[in-house]
Design a protein around this ligand. Sequence first.
Ligand code: CTP
Length: 415
Amino acid sequence: MSERSERRPRVLLAVCGGIAAYKACEVLRGLQKAGCDVRVTMTADAERFVGTVSFEALSGAPVATSLYEYPGSAIPHIDLAEWADAVAVVPATANVMAKMACGIADDCLTTTLLACACPVLVAPGMNVHMWQNPATQANVATLRGRGVSFVGPDSGRLACGDVGEGKLSGVEEIVAATLALLGPRDLVGLRVLVNAGPTHEAIDPVRYIANRSTGKMGYAIAEAAARRGAEVTLVSGPTSLAAPAGVRRVDVESAAQMHDATLAEFEAADVAICSAAVADYTPAAPADHKLKKSRERLDAIELTETADILADLCAVKGPRVVVGFAAETDDLLTHAREKLERKGADLIVANDVSHPESTFGADTNRVALVSAGGVEQLDTMPLPDVANAILSAISGRVFLNGENGTGSDGRKGLG
Ligand code: CTP
């Protein structure tokens, strides 16, 4: 385990124009007490209820109210969306919920919400008739259907004098619901290195040998590890994927570059997960100019074997955990066990790439976790769930290697 200082969970508080806006200050405080970093965006109407100065003083950061002026950022809605691990909309007005449901982005707050890919909590606060209006209820149903979480509203005496549903939930309830969105933070303090994607092996400056890997599995692992609090470095071959939020990406092209970058980054890592589809062979003498078929015939390409990154990591790993993958089309478990032993890995994640649900580019995977202790076959699951299952298996092992002897959650480690 490293001594790295922990990256605290980040919550973006989106404050809308309702009388309960002042309660967002207490929510901010509650989230800070729970260990979160909080930043605030607010609508122009929210500013009529509570000034930005209050939120600035409490959060220790500028409040985003304009798409065009935000200290330190040229594009605040994108920077804030990427910064946040979760968003809490407090209080959520009927108007802002309607805009969210329609994808309207006409100010800093709603544009930022549209740019957010992280979990979102909505805490409505409004008049009972506005809440019960079929338009509002239809918007709530739409948002729920898209995975937005809700807390409240409660029933009681409302600011307008009416009695009924529409009261903003209690501060503690909103804080708890926000924390629930952040998920487990069991990998805080762990430095995780992931390599992912294919490699490109140059034949000449315009042609290369590659494979069908998209990098999706490795990127899902990197993203899940960062969400669980790990400090993540992703050594990536050429892919079309964006770096997950909070992940440091090192771009490489060839197997040789991936080898050097992965070995170098491993010096400051506690765990390495080798999901990359590294070329086993590379052209022995790539041409330094485009080969012209009229002048130079290319009847054969002489290949040399590349270095095995996983095996080289295992040779220097000591008590650190190294995980490999085995993408096979036949005799899955036999090959996986053989790779576990030959390379000296702690765990091999085996998947059958001849099945549509576990092949290259799929959004699901069906893997078996193969370790010296045995085989655990997992169901077909979406990639983020597979990533979390792999990380949970690793975290058990990592903590087993650490001082406590058992996992942070008391689970037994692999093997
Ligand atoms: N691997 C690696 N370096 C290589 C080749 C593979 O680090 N030069 C890693 C992969 O990232 C994966 C594991 O080794 O974690 C198994 O890769 P795979 O291609 O399935 O196995 P190979 O070692 O290439 O063996 P084979 O071609 O016989 O399947």
